[in-house]
Write a protein of this length. Sequence first.
Lengths: 184, 184
Amino acid sequence: MKETGVKDRILDTASRLFYEQGYHVTGINQIIEEADIARASLYHHFISKTELLLAYLDRSHEAWFRELEDFMRPVEGARERVLALFDHRIMRQSRPNWKGCNFNKIAAENSGDEQVLERVKRHKGRFRTYIRTLVSEAPHKRVLDDEQLADMIFLLLEGATVAGAMFRSYEETEKAKKIVESFL
Amino acid sequence: MKETGVKDRILDTASRLFYEQGYHVTGINQIIEEADIARASLYHHFISKTELLLAYLDRSHEAWFRELEDFMRPVEGARERVLALFDHRIMRQSRPNWKGCNFNKIAAENSGDEQVLERVKRHKGRFRTYIRTLVSEAPHKRVLDDEQLADMIFLLLEGATVAGAMFRSYEETEKAKKIVESFL
DNA sequence: GTCTATAAAATGATAGAC
DNA sequence: GTCTATCATTTTATAGAC
């Protein structure tokens, strides 16, 4: 039962607990217990709990975009690709253990750590750029210009994610998708 | 220097710290120290830290809608009233110590407490109803129906609030306002 | 590199005097 | 109703053996 290495097991366990319970309520004790490793092993691989959090964010960032790109790869047509952004979110939100956006949750809990905030901003910034690229390729009724449409999609997705986590449904994301469809 | 009562001072201090720092990082010790009251006085007025959190949420809920209604009272014209929703947010976000939505922050930090989640849902639900009422009175280009327009405004405001807290600006809310203006 | 043992501080909460 | 003193836990982190 010790297939994975110690460092991976620490990060896997910490990631799960940070996401499901929150960062501050998750103690080092719970992490070492559930990862089944010694206390000093954790501090050998990560110099502090904060460093573990940063590792979690970095890894989530990469996994998130890898998943998005895998989802988008087979989707053809500029219009369909824009709408697929919503389908991607609905797919994520359909998972039984979905609890909201990893980054928004950590950002809401963060009290002043600039390194943490930096990671969150980088993640959201990159996604916003991604949306802009898709929108620039898609034809649409010119009620809004390209930049406005991209901003609108970004804000609708953020709003639907927050509301979805609160009301435990992906209904908001479906509504957001229908709204955007009226513009394409 | 003891103008206000003990109970008020506890709630004032706890509210400020919960909002500025977060709920879980704020300890009982810090609250009693900054409120300048005895430890047992806190537990006389509030049976637990959770109860103090619920009192904070209830009071924020009422203060929030009181402020909104004060802001909206002088605004005339159905179209202007819809747009004033954005001005209200921009006004709030312009405050130097604005750190995001009280309720979203607590919701993101909350791990399973149903009483807490209930308060957040009630707050957001009531605001959504408020938007629907305004939209139903406002004429608009019928690109979207009334309900869709109200949903869109709600989601844009939620998204702009989350993004605004992250990027420390009200730029997102101004963009959201311009987008909605295209429909009125 | 992994372990056990432990430190030092902070956590939420209670008892009992005044 | 407010106070001081104290409780049992839990927190993050380190020392030193193997």
